[in-house]
Design a protein. Structure first.
Length: 201
């Protein structure tokens, strides 16, 4: 079906139908996993003809790609949007970790599926590259603000380490909730660790 011309919805009814397809796919991908869902199943669950799905998306992956784009568009601009001058270096680090944690409360099951797929396939991992690039640049810009106070000198490497470690901790807390874990304590300890790694005594 990839060779078929794809419709770009302009009328309200068409827009609503495309949104229905996306909402249904999002639910199924989150509940069953991407690999266990077919376009036929999406059409059936949405109570529309399979041809209607292909009017808007050439295949299942195209639906997934648009959902991933929607997700990142929604969460990326929320990462530390406030005036940074009000925050101490430690508070900034803690705020950054908390903002990443907060972003993973949105569509958590789907974000878990995105992460799982990125480890299984290079094609799916490539879809996350814009997010990784944005996150890396965001961290780098924050480090630049405090360059004179830092004891590390390779800011790009530090940005990679911060992003990777933050994601690992947040994924563990968000994707595998455990009531025995104190999230605030973990975030505070992590922020302290990063502060001691980054800043001069």
């Amino acid at each position: 079906m990839d060779s078929k011309k794809i419709s770009i919805p302009k009328q309200k009814r068409s827009i609503e139908k495309k949104m229905l397809i996306k909402r249904t796919a999002l639910f199924l991908f989150s509940e069953k996993g991407y690999a266990n869902v077919s376009t036929n199943e999406i059409a059936k669950a949405a109570d529309i003809a399979i041809g209607s799905v292909y009017n808007y998306f050439p295949n299942k992956k195209a639906i997934y790609e648009e959902l991933v784009s929607d997700l990142y568009t929604n969460v990326l601009d929320r990462i530390i949007p406030e005036d940074l001058s009000k925050l101490s270096p430690f508070e900034l680090i803690r705020k950054y970790a908390l903002s990443i944690m907060e972003s993973h409360t949105y569509l958590t099951a789907f974000q878990k599926e995105i992460t799982a797929l990125s480890y299984q396939s290079e094609d799916f991992r490539q879809l996350e590259n814009p997010y990784r690039a944005f996150a890396g640049e965001k961290i780098l810009s924050l480090l630049e603000l405090y360059r004179s106070e830092l004891k590390i000198t390779d800011l790009h490497t530090a940005a990679f380490i911060i992003h990777t470690c933050t994601e690992a901790i947040v994924h563990e807390l968000a994707f595998y909730p455990d009531e025995t874990r104190d999230k605030d304590k973990i975030i505070n300890e992590f922020a302290t660790m990063l502060y001691n790694y980054l800043f001069k005594a």
